[in-house]
Design a protein around this ligand. Structure first.
Ligand SMILES: C[S@@+](CC[C@H](N)C(=O)[O-])C[C@H]1O[C@@H](n2cnc3c(N)ncnc32)[C@H](O)[C@@H]1O
Length: 231
């Protein structure tokens, strides 16, 4: 899909080039606080609610869509939040090249594109390879949050996480339809109003597990590929 690009001048916005130059994303926040990442922030309603509740934490919100980043920045600025930064970046690129190992306290993914057609399922963001990358960027005991309205995606991510030796379930079942104190995103609200349940997966990165080898992200749908060892 083509995008009409609008210049984002908000102080909350970090252009990717600036982030690449800075090397350490944590340094782009006014206070040194634990950092969490929201992937696919859309128009920013989820991250604004979360950041208002947690001034003691920093949040990086990313989306590949310029208009979404623009709207997220406006909401962040209107709310007067200094603990949120917004980047227009592909999530796997950001996690591989801009975030260090064990740099995140939590990862949030809400209503990612479900790719409902069977032949498109391989385009889904969350798969085994992605979970290796999530493990790599999360701190020991860091939290992984996933929510979706799409039954097949919710069930399969819950099962995938249960099967990953690096993750431990923080709920009694692989997914649930309620998660206490979890903000509602625009898409979640849309589906809840239609009477459709949300599938929540909430896991913790095990502190006592190590990956056998560092995660490798291959060229794939939307992901940008950079030669191994070149960054
Ligand atoms: C269905 S929308 C959900 C938006 C929001 N999370 C919500 O729940 O209201 C999915 C969002 O993920 C973004 N997205 C999709 N793939 C992405 C990727 N690989 N990296 C970053 N953002 C991505 C899309 O641009 C879109 O804004």
């Amino acid at each position: 899909m083509s995008q009409t690009m609008r210049l984002i001048t908000s102080p909350s916005f970090i252009p990717e080039a600036k982030a690449l130059k800075a090397k350490c994303l944590a340094a782009l926040f006014p206070s040194e606080q634990p950092l969490s990442l929201e992937i696919g922030c859309g128009i920013g309603d989820f991250i604004v609610q979360l950041a208002l509740r947690h001034p003691e934490r920093n949040f990086l919100a990313t989306d590949i869509f310029n208009q979404g980043c623009l709207k997220t920045c406006s909401r962040v600025d209107e709310a007067g939040l200094s603990n949120v930064r917004v980047m227009r970046s592909e999530a796997r690129f950001l996690m591989t090249h801009l975030l260090g190992p064990e740099s995140l306290q939590a990862i949030y993914i809400n209503c990612p594109d479900p790719w409902p057609k069977k032949r498109h399922r391989k385009r889904r963001l969350v798969n085994h390879e992605f979970l290796q990358l999530a493990f790599h960027t999360l701190q020991p005991d860091g939290e992984f949050h996933f929510s979706t309205d799409f039954v097949d995606y919710g069930v399969s991510v819950g099962e995938m996480l249960e099967a990953e030796p690096g993750f431990a379930n923080l709920q009694r079942t692989p997914h649930s339809h309620e998660l206490k104190d979890y903000p509602i995103s625009k898409y979640m609200r849309r589906f809840l109003e239609l009477g459709q349940p949300i599938y929540y997966c909430h896991f913790r990165r095990r502190a006592d597990y190590q990956l056998e080898r560092p995660p490798a992200i291959r060229r794939g749908f939307r992901s940008r590929w950079v030669k191994p060892g070149s960054s």
